[in-house]
Design a binder for this molecule. Structure first.
Ligand code: ADP
Ligand code: MG
Length: 321
């Protein structure tokens, strides 16, 4: 099978959007953004053995490659529209490609985002997706708007991806009833696209938790020139995490990352409006702390005492200690 047959067979998805003027097949794609909208553009690469364990089912790899990009669009409050796919493959494995495209398009369909082009090369397994979304001009959420007094919120639960990885690597066991939920959270994270869109005009800042809460909230605080206190007694963890809490402690939930939840700040003036939309968001929301003038991120344990931070988050280029 040559490159072009491969693209036709696995990546010519049904046309999903009327605003794709020219999709896969030419030198580049042409799209028609809605009038008055700004485009929000993001890209993320997944490398086998780094971003997903070798041997991860191909459909999960397809799903997650798009999910991490959708999560970035969600953090900006953008509505997903189009994406490209640059694939590097060690060999043409038709079973693998079939499953990969099934996982990829399942999520694409769910969010009405259309594949409009890409690149296919031979090399170590890696997947790069670039995703484009739309927001009304000026309405994108940013990291830089948090102000002292704003409350800090997170969606869902933190730490399950860390649990999923520990399970996969057989470093940990969890009660049977939780296994599949935890593995799914690692391999098929649900990007909080709808929440991000609803937060436009309400959140003063937003980020997705890809590198761990401490690191990612830290980015918001630096960009906004503020500090914060987070209270562990309010940190949301899943029943699975709670069941093995004695083995884990708080650090995986605080610093592991890969959870793809949103962390955002709500100013006092927007709190009532935010409370009104909460029931529509169909996602667990927890207020975990407050933004403060004093720089730095302080974590308090269940008794209110300072909690020692041993690791901040994942950094690909950090030199080993
Ligand atoms: P070029 O050589 O002009 O860069 P290619 O031969 O790489 O074009 O690709 C041909 C067409 O197929 C282009 O429209 C490109 O966007 C698309 N394409 C290539 N690889 C993929 C892929 N993995 N998924 C989707 N579209 C792809
Ligand atoms: Mg090419």
């Amino acid at each position: 099978m040559n490159e072009f047959e491969l693209i036709r067979r696995f990546f010519s998805a049904p046309r999903a959007r009327a605003d794709v003027v020219l999709g896969i097949g030419d030198d580049a794609a042409v799209v028609q953004p809605p009038p008055g909208c700004e485009l929000v553009v993001t890209t993320d690469t997944l490398i086998s053995g780094v971003h997903f364990p070798e041997g991860t089912p191909a459909s999960d790899v397809g799903f997650k490659s798009l999910a991490v990009n959708l999560s970035d669009l969600a953090a900006m409050g953008a509505e997903p529209a189009w994406f490209t796919l640059a694939l590097s493959l060690p060999a043409v494995d038709t079973e693998w490609l079939k499953d990969f495209s099934r996982g990829l398009f399942a999520l694409a369909k769910q969010h009405n985002i259309e594949l409009i082009g890409g690149d296919t090369t031979r090399g170590a397994l890696s997947i790069t997706i670039a995703a484009i979304g739309c927001v009304a001009a000026g309405a994108a959420l940013r990291r830089s708007g948090a102000k002292p007094g704003d409350r800090i919120w997170v969606t869902g639960a933190l730490g399950d991806a860390a649990l999923g990885l520990a399970l996969w690597q057989r470093r940990l066991t969890v009660p049977d009833e939780y296994r599949s939920a935890v593995v799914t959270k690692l391999s098929r994270p649900e990007p909080r696209v709808e929440v991000g869109i609803q937060l436009r005009g309400l959140a003063s800042s937003c980020i997705d938790v890809s590198d761990g809460l401490l690191a990612d909230l830290g980015h918001v605080l630096s960009a906004s020139n503020v500090g914060a206190t987070v209270e562990l007694k309010r940190l949301p963890v899943s029943p699975a995490y709670a069941a093995v809490f004695a083995d884990l402690g708080w650090m995986p939930a605080l610093s592991h990352g890969d959870d793809y939840e949103l962390c955002f700040t709500i100013p006092p003036a927007c709190e009532r409006a935010f409370n009104r939309i909460l029931p529509q968001l169909r996602c667990n929301m927890s207020c975990i702390g407050v933004v403060e003038t004093e720089a730095g991120l302080r974590v308090r344990d269940e008794t209110g005492a300072p909690y020692p931070i041993t690791q901040r988050g994942y950094d690909h280029f950090r030199s080993s200690p």
